[in-house]
Design a protein around this ligand. Structure first.
Ligand code: AMP
Ligand code: GLY
Length: 423
């Protein structure tokens, strides 16, 4: 079949790499892709957010299956538009993607179906939000309701910081319309993990667990990023915790979404806080995590295309997903300055040598070709992914590959995997 992957990050490179290995995939396209994806797919110059352009291309090329990577086209209704054109897609409808696109919708769903999460209030007016903060005894987290590229969440250590966060989002409109409404949440303490399940509307199949590293610098310091590294499996999610998350979080969420008239299809990514009272939902995403996806794809032994198709076809109950028992660990290399201002266009060398190291796959994110050179074209640029018998092993192999790459304008964290190693 002809498959189109929408997106051009490390997540989409990993998806393309895994899909290209499926005997069912006869032709693979990516829109827009990147310099690494170009090794396994034909890149077409259409933005991931250009819903019309993607539908037009999929129709004219007679694409059989579209795999949607990022959240923005999902929230804009790409899966719905493809459906109307008779093209199968992996990813939820716009209505179901509201589980990521509107934090208020998500929290109300959790409350209605008794799914564990932080206490919260929803406000569309700053004074009411501040009054709630004044009344509340807990430390709070203030969040813009809509999509804010992962930046609309402010962790507040005292009431003054919380009042300032309300002004920043609602009065200064730091995130534009995404901050027309805010959520004020109880600050949860615990260890964070990412949990992924494939869902076909009614059935949910758990994928492997993973842990991300959101802060820019070693020791979890510096500003929050999209993710600087990951590993899978996450030792904090043992079998008992896994079962508890499926039973108290994933299954009731799928049931609730169906009851609300927006059955969920695609991958459901739960950001979980493992608290003293058990696992609680931090957030849901309607897509794979990046860089968690790179670790999952490196570990998936069975045919990923079969699994993604089963979500679209409603046949997940028959799917048989197999995992490599080893650990996959991903180190993200980003341009100096990320997540703030950074330059583009610096040359990256020795990629082939790094990729040739046993157990290593170098996934590209913000890269493009410039003549016969690979140059940076984004904030997060490479995801160095290594398989190893343990976290320690995978970490050593990943950093060997990082040290092989010659890119003076880039940086990475040197402590990816520390939580698992500390246990
Ligand atoms: P979100 O995009 O809602 O997951 O928030 C981004 C990050 O902020 C999460 O990964 C957590 O590290 C942190 N965070 C969000 N909500 C809370 C909360 N209620 N308590 C503690 N930390 C939180
Ligand atoms: N790595 C976290 C995310 O993709 O949101």
């Amino acid at each position: 079949m002809k498959v189109l992957v929408v997106g051009g990050g490390g997540r989409e490179h990993a998806l393309c790499w895994a899909i290209s290995k499926s005997p069912k995939c006869k032709k693979l396209y990516a829109a827009p892709g990147n310099a690494g994806i170009a090794d396994v797919a034909e890149c077409v110059d259409i933005s991931a957010e250009d819903v019309k352009g993607i539908v037009h291309f999929a129709k004219s090329e007679k694409i059989n299956f579209v795999v949607i990577g990022p959240e923005a086209p999902l929230v804009s209704g790409l899966a719905d538009e493809l459906g109307k054109a008779g093209i199968k897609a992996f990813g939820p409808s716009a209505k179901a993607a509201a589980i990521e696109g509107s934090k208020g919708f998500m929290k109300d769903l959790l409350a209605k179906y008794g799914i564990p999460t932080a206490e919260y209030g929803r406000f569309n007016e700053p004074d009411a939000a501040k009054e709630y903060i004044t009344r509340n005894e807990h430390k709070v987290v203030v969040k813009a309701d809509g999509l804010a590229a992962g930046k609309g969440v402010i962790l507040c250590h005292n009431k003054n910081e919380a009042y300032a966060a309300i002004d920043h989002i609602m009065t200064e409109r730091a995130f534009g319309g995404a901050g027309d409404e805010v959520l004020v949440e109880e600050f949860m303490e615990g260890e964070e993990a990412s949990f992924f399940a494939l869902v076909d509307g009614t059935h949910a199949v758990a994928l492997a667990s993973a842990q991300d590293h959101k802060a820019a610098f070693d020791g979890d310091t510096g500003p929050n990023t999209g993710g600087m590294g990951a590993y899978s499996p996450a030792p904090v999610i043992d079998q008992a915790m896994h079962d508890k998350i499926m039973k108290t979080i994933i299954e009731p969420t799928i049931k609730g979404m169906a009851e609300e008239g927006c059955p969920y299809k695609g991958v459901l990514f739960a950001g979980i806080m493992i608290t003293d009272q058990g696992p609680k939902v931090l957030e849901f995403n309607a897509r794979f995590g990046d860089p968690e996806c790179q670790a999952l794809m490196a570990r998936m032994k069975s045919d990923v295309l079969d699994a993604l198709l089963a979500c679209a076809d409603g046949t997940l109950d028959k799917a048989n997903i197999q995992w490599n028992k080893e650990t996959a660990l991903v180190v993200v290399m980003a341009a100096d300055g990320y997540p703030g201002h950074y330059e583009k266009g610096s040359g990256i060398n020795n990629l082939a040598a790094a990729n040739a190291i046993e157990g290593v796959t170098v996934f590209h994110a913000g890269t493009q070709t410039d003549g016969d050179k690979i140059v940076s074209s984004g904030g997060r640029v490479l995801s160095i992914t290594a398989m190893g018998k343990s976290v320690k092993d995978a970490q050593a192999i990943a950093y060997k590959a990082v040290d092989t790459i010659d890119w003076p304008e880039g940086f990475c964290r040197r402590d990816i995997g520390w939580r698992a190693l500390d246990r």
